[in-house]
Design a protein around this ligand. Sequence first.
Ligand SMILES: [Zn+2]
Length: 96
Amino acid sequence: MKKELKLLDEDGTETQLIESKHPDWEELSDPCPECGGTEFRHFTAEGGRYGIDGDVVKRRSDYWNSKRTLLTQCLSCKAVLQRHPAFDLLYELEEH
Ligand SMILES: [Zn+2]
């Protein structure tokens, strides 16, 4: 599954955002379906409630089961296994 979204700035600048999911891959415990690799570049986003306890900041709980994968890429063959369109707003994908 691959979907391309276009974001237009108010000055007309267009940014392409890509959402994709490899059909034969589900999670980090699965090897890369393209090459069998087991090392990944993996980015996530999440939110939570945090509090200060002495000198330490502790996460008390997450919000709304909020953890989302932004990108998972095989480090051996560079196949992108999962990509959220928000990744393109935050980072540039290293192809190597
Ligand atoms: Zn691979």
